[in-house]
Design a protein around this ligand. Structure first.
Ligand SMILES: [Zn+2]
Length: 379
């Protein structure tokens, strides 16, 4: 992960980069910030920067072999420690869960501890960094780094260390040369004071509303008004913002699939096309209508991805996947392009104050003809 892919936190990024330029990288650093501020991403990007073989201005190159391994979280000199649960034996260690960790981080680098524990199907368990894990860290310290200059230990959620953390004190205080600890924590009060006193703390501020809005609009295709509303609710927590954006995406998925089913069958769940258009007109508001059309466009893009790059690359839910397969079986390239063109035109006109009821009606009639002509079936 490069600094450039992390939202905001420009001054912190600068401080980290400067610490390398001035040869003043602390051997034990703690990035302390609230959930969703991006502190874990900063730790990962800093580790990549430290070991990059040809740093560019203010960032790692993203291309050298060290960067490539760092990006995949498989660099042999970048170790991760995080709370784990006892679903894999009685003395679980972080390395037992490394696949799950990579997956969870790639899905959402802003995740919190609950998200992480839930991703392990262990909702009711308490995550813990065990005494065995601490011993493992100390053992690894004895080995030289494999490939890069720095050996880096990223410890996420040192709140989960408990008294066991004291085993690490000496290592935090005087690690071997070129060994760097980066701790990433949320809550100073819940971290051992003995640990806190041995690390250099860098506070990671909460993200600004405008940074969250920009990111939601550009990357998550959330409408402007909705992005503002989400930013207001989450108070700088991008993890929370992603969840709210996802909920509205789920709503869009349901509504758009209902729309397609009505287009195909004339009515669905007792709703005709006219009922649907009236409901959209009264319930949604223009921003959400645009969101619904944009959802339709995104879905069509993923239909193409599915066809050309396969299921692994397509970002589709189970329901969407079924539909996307039908579309690829039944619709020609031209038909799919026609749908995209129509959706784009509809977005265009909606932005210019077209009457939403008529606009969705026209779109519905068009889709109805096209889907029926191609004998698309929806369950
Ligand atoms: Zn590099």
């Amino acid at each position: 992960m490069q600094f450039s892919s992390i939202i905001g936190q420009e001054s912190l990024k600068q401080q980290l980069v400067q610490s390398v330029a001035n040869k003043r990288v602390p051997h034990a650093l703690m990035l302390l910030g609230q959930e969703g501020s991006g502190h874990l991403s900063l730790a990962v990007a800093f580790a990549q920067y430290l070991n990059c073989e040809s740093r560019v201005e203010d960032d790692s190159c993203g291309e050298c072999s060290s960067c490539i391994k760092s990006q995949k979280l498989i660099h042999p000199d970048i170790h991760f420690t995080y709370p784990v649960v006892s679903t894999k034996g009685s003395k679980p260690k972080s390395t037992d869960f490394i696949e799950e960790w990579r997956k969870a981080f790639f899905e959402n680098p802003y995740l919190n501890i609950q998200d992480w524990i839930e991703s392990l199907d262990a909702e009711n368990k308490q995550g813990n960094i065990s005494v065995e894990e601490c011993h493992e860290i100390i053992r690894s310290l004895n080995f030289k780094s494999f490939e890069s200059i720095y050996k880096i230990f990223i410890i996420w959620m040192p709140e989960s260390l408990g008294k066991e953390g004291n085993i690490l004190l000496k290592s935090l205080e005087e690690p071997p040369d070129n060994t760097i600890f980066i701790l990433v924590g949320n809550s100073e009060e819940q971290i051992l004071t003995t640990v806190l006193s041995r690390v250099q703390i860098m506070k990671v501020p909460r993200l600004k509303d405008e940074e969250i809005i920009y990111q939601l609009e550009k990357k998550e295709t959330v409408g402007n008004k909705e992005a503002h509303a989400i930013a207001r609710q989450v108070d700088g927590n991008f993890n929370e913002a992603l969840k709210l954006a996802k909920n509205s995406e789920d709503d869009n998925e349901k509504l758009y699939l209902l729309f397609l089913r009505i287009c195909l069958k004339g009515s669905h769940e007792g709703k005709s096309l006219i009922d649907f258009c009236e409901k959209v007109n009264t319930d949604l508001g223009r921003e959400n209508m645009k969101g619904l059309l944009r959802y339709g466009l995104d879905l069509m893009r993923e239909v193409f991805v599915l066809e050309h790059m396969g299921e692994a690359k397509a970002r589709l839910t189970e329901n969407e996947l079924k539909l996307a397969h039908y579309m690829n079986q039944r619709l020609s390239f031209q038909s799919k392009e026609e749908i995209i063109k129509r959706l784009e035109e509809s977005c265009f006109h909606l932005e210019r104050n077209a009457n939403p009821k008529i606009l969705f009606m026209n779109l519905g009639i068009f889709l109805s003809h096209l889907l029926k002509r191609n004998e698309v079936v929806l369950t």
